[in-house]
Design a protein around this ligand. Structure first.
Ligand code: FMN
Length: 245
């Protein structure tokens, strides 16, 4: 994955845009090129990004929408979160504001046999529209998300990841040689039942993207093992285990 570590401190959901600014043709080309460099979490899932004008979606925010299409296979939502978040971060690097937009829909719900999963609204911003102080983040206290006394600085930064309704469904267990990542089952939220698990699975992929950027930035090498199936124990579903080398 490309090094986008510094962008995790700068990014934020941008919902309002200065109408005087606009995304240039060169920037649109650069975005298209960057799509081709995004790393997947699960290699054998076919995916596609598409950048479209807002008339092709229900969004009225910003100038364009970025749509994500995928095959419907095991863990495809995790993969969607992981891949789309890299796009969120490289847009931040280009001073293009984005907001994950689960409530909006694409008019084309299928593309080349792939199904529409989720989208962003995007628009051009100024550097100072983004965050410049970690205090601007509203996130759960580390004691809520982490059990174990190892890697707390890693988990603190990975926990800056965005999530639907800021629900932050990730729960982490660490030891000297491992970081286990769980999803909290049945989060309290105003998102209705099935939708909640749809969004929370995407959230978990976003968290894995952040976690790996933080580990890479610290030169901590790891082997990732994505867990298939969804066995719930103590209200937690194990999603992934990182073996620290
Ligand atoms: C999967 C997903 C879906 C989201 N859907 C919406 C949405 O429909 N409308 C919206 O305004 N924000 C949406 N958001 C943005 C979150 O509300 C936002 O990420 C969270 O409150 C944290 O704030 P931050 O992104 O500024 O750090 C979504 C975020 C994620 C990850």
């Amino acid at each position: 994955m490309r090094d986008l570590y510094n962008m995790i401190f700068k990014r934020k959901s941008i919902r309002k845009f200065d109408k005087k600014l606009s995304i240039s043709d060169e920037e649109l080309i650069k975005i298209q090129e960057e799509f081709g460099k995004v790393s997947s979490l699960i290699g054998d899932i076919k995916t596609e990004f598409k950048i479209v004008s807002n008339d092709e979606t229900t969004s009225k925010r910003g100038e364009y929408s970025i749509l994500f299409y995928s095959e419907d296979k095991d863990n495809y939502l995790l993969n969607a979160g992981y891949m789309m978040e890299q796009v969120d971060l490289f847009l931040t690097e280009m001073n293009i504001g984005a907001c994950w937009y689960g409530m909006a829909k694409a008019k084309d719900i299928e593309k080349d046999g792939l199904e529409f999963v989720i989208m962003f609204s995007i628009g051009k911003c100024n550097e100072d529209d983004f965050r410049n102080d970690i205090k601007e983040f509203k996130r759960k206290d580390i004691s809520v998300i982490l059990k174990g006394d190892k890697y707390d600085d890693v988990i603190k930064n990975a926990g800056l990841a965005p999530s639907a309704c800021n629900s932050q469904p990730w729960r982490i267990l660490t030891s000297e040689n491992s970081i286990e990542v769980f999803k909290k089952d049945k989060m309290k939220s105003f998102i209705p039942g099935t939708n909640l698990s749809f969004y929370n699975n995407i959230d978990m992929g976003i968290f894995l993207c952040f976690l790996e950027l933080v580990l890479n930035s610290k030169g901590i090498s790891f082997d990732r093992n994505i867990i298939n199936g969804s066995k719930v124990s103590d209200g937690l579903v194990k999603i992934c285990e990182y073996k620290i080398n």
